[in-house]
Design a protein around this ligand. Structure first.
Ligand code: PHE
Length: 456
């Protein structure tokens, strides 16, 4: 290819884009409710463990792979001679990007609707017990949900249409900073609530009753999801990176930011849950049902609520845009389509495929779904991706980097930015043995082939 590859304008630009992709609905929407459903403390620590020991090393692996090959996922997985079927790793990533986008935009669409509701003061003056009902109503209004889903998809399509990198880099920087400040404000308020004590206990105290060994795959999947791994996205981001940067440090910063925001989000939301007698395992609607309680209590509630949900949508955009981008660039390369056609096709595809997710809580399509599978269509897509496809893609990536990629070349990439030999050996050992073995065991366990559980 004769095109010159664009690169991030600075290290900070890369970090911010990576954080922008990482911090999204995974943390703001999914993390709190999954922690709630899995009984709090123990799950949270498994998640932290998964981010630090499996997520960050794999993150480093994906970035190095991208920077070394200077190509996106499919190219990166074909870099070594006779790479043959390793490309499956890239295809899994593309498939899951498509699936994630299909339901991601439904949730983000609800966020958009909350922006409008905040702006119009819709839930101001409502009795407190009415607040959670707004979400119930919204998620059961199929036509409205589909409309917001469409709008969000269209916004993301517009951005990818116009070119991603500079826009994403620029906006991510601004969004992430404002989001942090706002979360800190909300968090400080949560500290004053009477449910704080219970929340802290819930978040930090291991609850063995609710935690199953099978929750481990969920925690791992969530760690991968929140770090945007297994999608080929970090491979692309690595390929836009300049040569000299210290990937280890950069990746650690991203991991740390994700953990910090996750904690802040949990410690903001759970005090509300316990102060207003809500259920910690409320499920999908948790963020929409809890935070408005806070907003309703605070001075300037309309402004805060509008800012929060706008940020919610913006962080969703900075995460969603690369999802479309990954599918579109591969379609361009494989099917020889031009950029505009590919982007429209992918967006139309995720929109259409997302409709059953948008209607999941209305019972209009696949009415028996929840009875048969125990969870609705949207949750099924989420599980399929987070519990199966992403960990599988992660497994393939670690095996490819650990066993197939030329060791010397990889080492040389790793050592840039003055790493110690010991760190290299540890990391390489993780890619070759630790990550594959852990992920493999958890997948076997989850699929029922291996039974490690004491309690199911
Ligand atoms: N990391 C994003 C989030 O937490 C989701 C995402 C996953 C984005 C994979 C891109 C790729 O919301």
């Amino acid at each position: 290819m004769s095109q010159v590859r664009e690169h991030w304008s600075s290290r900070l630009g890369f970090i911010m884009a990576a954080i922008g992709s990482a911090i999204g609905l995974g943390i703001l929407w999914k993390f709190p409710y999954v922690v709630g459903q899995n009984g709090g403390g123990l799950f949270l620590f498994t998640y932290l463990f998964a981010v630090a020991l499996i997520g960050v090393p794999l993150f480093i692996g994906e970035i190095l792979l991208g920077r070394m090959t200077q190509s996106a996922a499919i190219g990166a997985f074909s870099h070594e001679e006779a790479s043959g079927s390793w490309k499956v790793g890239a295809f899994l990533g593309i498939a899951s990007s498509f699936l994630i986008m299909s339901f991601y935009s439904v949730i983000a669409g609800w966020g958009l609707s909350y922006v409008v509701m905040s702006l119009t003061g819709f839930y101001q003056g409502l009795a407190l017990d009415q607040i959670p009902l707004i979400y119930e109503k919204l998620s059961k209004s199929g036509g409205i949900t589909v409309m917001w889903h469409f709008l969000f998809t269209a916004i993301c399509m517009g951005i990818v249409f116009a070119g991603v990198r500079k826009g994403i880099e620029y906006w991510s920087q601004i969004m992430v900073k404002i989001l942090l400040v706002l979360l800190l404000i909300l968090f400080s308020y949560s500290l004053t609530l009477k449910g704080l004590h219970q929340a802290v206990q819930f978040v930090f105290y291991p609850n063995w009753d609710k935690f199953k060994v099978s929750s481990m795959l969920e925690a791992l999947g969530l760690a991968f999801f929140t770090l945007s791994l297994g999608q080929g996205i970090m491979i692309s981001y690595g390929s836009y990176m300049k040569g000299k940067e210290n990937v280890v440090k950069t990746s650690a910063i991203v991991g740390l930011s994700v953990i910090t925001v996750a904690f802040l989000a949990a410690l903001t939301i759970f005090p509300v849950v316990f102060s207003f007698d809500l259920s910690p395992d409320a499920g999908l609607g948790m963020v929409f049902q809890t935070l408005p309680f806070l907003f309703a209590q605070l001075p300037g509630s309309l402004v805060l609520s509008t800012i929060f949900f706008s940020l919610f949508v913006f962080t969703a955009i900075t995460s969603a845009v690369p999802l479309i981008e990954v599918c579109a660039t591969n379609l361009m390369e494989k099917a020889g389509l031009d950029r505009h056609k590919a982007v429209v096709l992918v967006s139309a595809g995720t929109f259409l495929f997302g409709i059953p997710s948008a209607l999941a809580q209305t019972g209009w399509v696949f009415p028996m779904w929840e009875k048969i599978f125990g969870i609705n269509f949207l949750e099924t897509m989420d599980r399929l991706v987070s519990v199966w496809l992403i960990p599988l893609a992660g497994l393939i990536t670690s095996l490819y980097v650990g066993w197939k990629v030329d060791r010397r070349e990889l080492r040389e990439q790793f050592m840039r930015g003055h790493q110690s030999d010991a760190l290299w050996s540890i990391w390489y050992g993780f890619m070759r043995y630790v990550i594959p073995v852990i992920v493999f065991c958890i997948i076997l366990q989850k699929s029922g082939i291996l039974d490690l559980s004491m309690q199911g």
